[in-house]
Design a protein around this ligand. Structure first.
Ligand code: NAP
Length: 366
């Protein structure tokens, strides 16, 4: 007990020292006209880089600023360095007439009303590419964990239930040789397919709306590019044929609840659903019902709806679900690169350019 509280105190002290250091760093913040509100502590070298160019206001807390505070602190700012937890709907964007750029520390920008930002002349920066491999690593990890009951097995051992080796203990599903259906054939979806190839899996994918309007077109393109042996399918065929279905589409009005009761019913009873995209792409009540009724073997979720998931959410009760707390891109190296890109996007605007990774390239900046 003593040891624990001492460790807790040490952690608190470390956090306090880090905060003081960051405050010192920001006191030397440039006496510039460009003001930036950073909504969470990011990597210090990047905070320092930003402070050399702009006057930085930092929300120095693990928890996000409440919505009112977010708007109050963003009001005098030209730029905001935001997280997926910061909501910029149309009303929020209209209430920030000075704002020129929202630089999101993420590839997904569903926390921002992109059309409202474009109409208001606010550029939206994001961090694509650099988090692709880390997120695919986690997606494949969740697939493995759900298929081979890794998290459940760990709980079983720690719970003192491991009494002997048994021929029927903790049986799961084979990953090697199985069929993986990928919904969202973009950067992360294709990185997932590369991992699947190493496991001898057959890969099916749903063509995206802009890449291929027809299955025949997609097939020709895939063959032409020689990029992979993945086969295009309609959503229904993909769901029917796959042993694992992994979601990698952005959250939009078209993908909201894309996987609902009917889609889950089309999947094999032995199938496993993996979601590292966004929680609301899946109707979570329908998912919980399908798992409870044994109409689906399991799920691996890095994202939930809502986030964080409630303690009494039926998905938490399901032993055949593995849930991680939205950590797809959470490796040391990836988060450093994301902070670097998010700051690059802000500096671009500060220097009079569009952010190099702009999620609304049609914007005519203020
Ligand atoms: P990406 O390269 O833009 O790929 C997204 C793909 O989804 C594109 O191929 C797109 O097709 C396709 N798509 C869009 N709407 C579709 C629809 N209605 N039906 C079928 N396909 C559709 O993005 P990414 O970098 O792979 O990231 C994907 C998503 O993963 C992000 O938006 C984000 O929400 C999520 N993510 C989560 C984490 C995490 O921490 N868990 C980390 C990174 C990313 P078109 O090109 O034809 O439009």
């Amino acid at each position: 007990m003593m040891g624990e509280s001492r460790t807790g105190m040490k952690k608190q002290e470390r956090k306090r020292v880090a905060r003081v250091k960051r405050r010192g760093l920001l006191e030397r913040s440039a006496d510039a006209d460009f003001r930036v509100f950073v909504t969470r502590p990011i990597a210090e070298p990047q905070l320092r880089r930003l402070a050399a160019m702009a006057r930085v206001d930092l929300w120095d807390d693990e928890m996000p600023p409440p919505q009112e505070e977010l708007l109050a602190r963003a009001r005098p700012a030209d730029g905001v360095l935001s997280m997926v937890t910061d909501r910029f709907d149309g009303a929020a964007i209209r209430a920030l007439p000075r704002l020129r750029v929202i630089s999101n520390l993420a590839v997904g920008v569903d926390n921002i009303d992109l059309s409202a930002a474009t109409r208001a002349g606010v550029a939206v920066g994001h961090t694509p590419g650099i988090l692709t491999e880390a997120t695919a690593d986690l997606a494949f990890g969740l697939l493995m964990a759900a298929a081979r009951r890794i998290a459940e097995g760990d709980r079983y051992v720690r719970g003192g239930r491991w009494r002997t080796w048994g021929p029927k203990v903790m049986l799961g599903r084979d990953v090697h040789g199985a069929t993986l259906g990928i919904i969202g054939w973009g950067a992360i979806g294709q990185a997932m397919a590369r991992r699947a190839a190493g496991f001898g899996m057959r890969v099916l994918y749903l063509p995206g709306p802009s890449a291929a309007r027809s299955l025949r077109g997609a097939r020709a393109r895939a063959a032409g590019a020689g990029s992979s042996k993945a086969e295009p399918r309609s959503l229904r065929s993909l769901l029917v044929e796959s042993d694992f279905v992994s979601l990698h589409v952005p959250l939009t009005t078209a993908t909201h609840h894309m996987i609902g009761a009917a889609e889950l019913a089309a999947m094999k009873r032995t199938a496993i659903l993996v979601n590292t995209a966004r929680g609301a792409i899946v109707d979570s009540q329908a998912l919980a019902a399908a798992l409870r009724a044994g109409r689906l073997a399991g799920a691996g979720l890095d994202v939930t709806d809502p986030e964080p998931i409630g303690k009494d959410d039926p998905l938490i009760e399901s032993p055949n679900v593995v849930i991680t707390p939205h950590i797809g891109s959470a490796s040391h190296a990836t988060r450093l690169r994301m902070a670097e890109l998010a700051v690059d996007n802000l500096i671009d605007v500060f220097e009079g350019r569009r952010p190099r990774h702009c999620a609304n390239p049609a914007v005519r900046m203020r």
